[in-house]
Design a protein around this ligand. Structure first.
Ligand code: SAM
Length: 260
């Protein structure tokens, strides 16, 4: 797959047409050889092509931003299903990175007002690029701070969040350790340092009956639902698995009668 993606990029021929295309020129072959050498040195293929597919999108990515992962598409699926009957939903993507979640929601649910919150200046450059022309409102801020986006507290229909959640010190592949920003991957000693305050922010942002979905480490299939229950502001707490059967995201509904 990676070889085909690199050949597509080097030759300017769609993957599906590679076997039918004319022989590449010596210059194109040299470009491919260099790309293969960098991939062999464990540079992610998305950094070499500058693109990452996500649902119906082809996002711009590169150094300084987390590469969106296919499993996060399931979180978006679930989120879209919760606002399907809402005429003009307000949706917040906390820890937006490249904007994968926010831009997917904005393009697949054009009647939504979508906010994307991100703190990293380098990630914000990619986020603004991917969000351009989509209507996504980019907010520079700390997702754990009560003041961030407090102007829509109590008005939001859906909060989605794929935060940094890998426990500090967990061994990761070179593609992740050397190329995804550490602040996008590691979530403190137990991996829950961003998730804990995000749950409190979600409780404040959501209208009664609004929904939250938070992606988490596969070791946190019990911990994140427990944190949602412990908050006291949520009902209908559920755990969801990814296509490989691993615990992947937790969801809940905001209770009507509770002040966090
Ligand atoms: C795992 S990445 C997810 C990016 C994107 N949502 C996705 O699914 O591809 C987490 C993102 O959270 C950002 N981040 C980490 N801590 C943050 C904080 N306290 N406030 C805002 N953004 C934060 C990182 O810069 C990174 O872009």
């Amino acid at each position: 797959m990676d070889a085909e993606l690199l050949a597509e990029h080097a030759f300017g021929v769609p993957r599906s047409r590679l076997r039918l295309a004319a022989d590449p020129s010596p210059e194109q072959l040299e470009v491919l050889r260099r790309l293969v050498a960098r991939r062999s040195a464990r540079v992610p293929v998305q950094h070499l092509t500058g693109r990452a597919p996500f649902r119906y999108l082809d996002l711009a990515v590169g150094p300084g931003v987390f590469i969106p992962r296919p499993e996060t598409e399931l979180l978006v699926d679930w989120g879209l299903s919760t606002v399907a009957g809402v005429p003009a939903p307000v949706v917040v993507d906390l820890a937006s990175g490249s904007g994968a979640i926010a831009v997917a929601v904005a393009t697949e649910c054009p009647q939504a007002t979508v906010y994307a919150v991100e703190r990293s200046p380098r990630a914000l450059t990619w986020l603004r690029r991917n969000a351009a022309g989509t209507g996504v409102r980019v907010v520079e801020g700390d997702v754990t701070a009560p003041a961030t986006l407090s102007e829509v507290d109590g008005l939001v229909d859906l909060v989605l969040c794929n935060p940094p959640y890998v426990p500090d010190g967990t061994p990761v592949e070179p593609e992740v350790g050397e190329h995804d920003p550490a602040e996008a991957v590691f979530g403190g000693p137990d991996g829950l340092e961003v998730i804990r305050p995000v749950i409190a922010r979600a409780a404040a942002l959501l209208r009664p009956g609004g929904a939250v979905g938070i992606e988490h480490d596969d070791s946190h299939g019990a911990a994140v639902p427990d944190l949602l229950r412990a908050d006291g502001g949520f009902a209908a707490v559920e755990e969801h698995r990814d296509l490989a059967g691993r615990p992947r995201f937790a969801t809940a509904r905001r209770l009507a009668d509770c002040n966090p």
